[in-house]
Ligand binder design. Structure first.
Ligand code: MLT
Length: 201
């Protein structure tokens, strides 16, 4: 997968996995990693799907309607890429924290829904429920921060509530933070995510 890897100067820190929104690239979320933890490794990945020229992490049938077969395939592909990247760049595979926005948050959530040890934790900006009706792995000990918009037209508020309760039912600790700036990734939610990160990491 197209990606950027930046080695951090403190190898006891996690590796921050950056996953952009629809139409983004691996450069978009680099400032977020710098804000959350400037000493951590950064692995920023570009989605392998193109929708009318816009990179994404998996196909969709319509706005908010996911192609589940492709989502499952792309989630496996990303999980395997993480295995390979950890070997190649010599970072701890068990200490990856995802930071995703929108479509990137959805594939991060899908990693957690499908693979128990894909991620140690995740910061999900404006996610949806990636899949319904599947049994989640035991996510005890995993931490998730969700930032959502109470008036988000793309990711309805109920999606965030449902995602929180599904993750909690699987054993994860989840913090849900609300903004009211629609689908925008706001500075204030990034600052709240940073405080959350400092408390648990
Ligand atoms: C998705 O397709 O993952 C969601 O609708 C969010 C987005 O538009 O990227």
């Amino acid at each position: 997968m197209n990606h950027i890897f930046q080695k951090g100067n403190d190898q006891s820190k996690p590796t921050l996995l950056l996953l952009h929104g629809t139409g983004g690239t691996e450069r978009d979320l680099l400032p977020l990693a710098e804000k959350i933890d400037p000493e951590a490794n950064v692995l920023s990945v570009r989605g392998n799907i193109l929708e009318n020229g816009m990179p994404r992490f998996f196909k969709r049938l319509a706005e908010g309607v996911f192609d589940e077969e492709d989502l499952t395939f792309r989630t496996k592909e990303l999980n395997e890429f993480l295995n390979e990247a950890a070997e190649k760049y010599e970072f701890d595979r068990n200490n990856i924290i995802a930071i995703g926005y929108s479509n990137g948050a959805n594939i991060a959530a899908s990693l957690m829904f499908h693979y128990q040890d894909a991620l140690k934790a995740a910061i999900l900006h404006h996610p949806m429920v990636p899949r319904r009706g599947i049994e989640l792995p035991n996510l005890t000990g995993k931490n998730v921060f969700i930032a959502a918009g109470s008036n988000d037209p793309i990711c309805p508020a109920q999606e965030s509530e449902d995602l929180k309760s599904l993750l909690e039912k699987a054993g994860a600790s989840v913090v849900l933070h609300w903004e009211n700036m629609g689908h925008q990734l706001t500075y204030s939610e990034v600052e709240t995510a940073e405080k959350w990160y400092q408390n648990f990491s």
